[in-house]
Ligand binder design. Structure first.
Ligand code: AP5
Length: 192
């Protein structure tokens, strides 16, 4: 099973990807998590990505395409994977199409979580509050200014992917405003 989750920041891509990981026994490939790990380890990629991520902008296509291509080659992706936060631009989607073709792989579905933008700031604030309560480190891009920029980047660069995948016949849309369990049930219905 090879899936893509599409949706704006806070739509629930990571939440649903984690739940499906357990259900299907395939890894969640979050480019956001991979980039945050690179920043924490101060690798070359991490050093280049940090300021861009903190400002809520997108890291270059070249960097993320390479990270994803290398990750897909790992043995735990043999049975499939869930892409969470990638692709995020039309050039990334085209690169992914080529990447999968060159590896002899096919996508099973592209699932878009449709959400009301007005609810997203509240979700980000909840995540910040929950992280602090749990004694964790708040993401450096989970603040009002960077979040506004992330939403603007989404509208400008990522939203056009819906049309791209509608064109290939792979796009499925789910109501991301329902509660987490209902969203999962809707996704499982699509995948059944
Ligand atoms: P990334 O880490 O991918 O962040 P994001 O897309 O902004 O998404 P979030 O993690 O904020 O949201 P989510 O949709 O996963 O929601 P979640 O499940 O956490 O990217 C971060 C940065 O990395 C980018 O800005 C960019 O700089 C860089 N980057 C990453 N990928 C890139 C790429 N491909 N190209 C270039 N740059 C890239 O849920 C959010 C909150 O809502 C949680 O608290 C959750 O509990 C809650 N929630 C979830 N579902 C529900 C529900 N149904 N009802 C109520 N609450 C819910």
């Amino acid at each position: 099973m090879r899936l893509i989750f599409l949706g704006p920041p806070g739509a629930g891509k990571g939440t649903q990807a984690k739940l499906l990981t357990e259900r299907y026994g395939i890894p969640q490939l979050s480019t956001g998590d991979m980039l945050r790990a690179a920043v924490a380890q101060a690798t070359e990629v991490g050093k280049r990505a940090k300021a861009v991520m903190d400002a809520g902008q997108l890291v270059s296509d070249e960097i993320v395409n390479e990270i994803v291509s290398d990750r897909i080659d790992q043995p735990d992706c043999a049975k499939g994977f869930i892409l969470d936060g990638y692709p995020r631009t039309v050039p990334q989607a085209i690169a992914l199409d080529k990447m999968l073709e060159s590896k002899g792989l096919k996508l099973d579905a592209v699932i878009e979580l449709k959400v009301d933008e007005a609810a997203l700031v509240k979700r980000m604030e909840n995540r910040v509050a929950e992280t602090i309560a749990a004694g964790g480190a708040v993401r450096s891009d989970d603040n009002p200014e960077a979040f506004r920029r992330r939403l603007a980047e989404y509208r400008e660069k990522t939203a056009p992917l819906s049309e791209h995948y509608a064109g290939t016949g792979q796009l499925r849309t789910v109501d991301g405003m329902a509660d987490v369990t209902a969203v999962t049930a809707e996704i499982e219905k699509i995948l059944a």
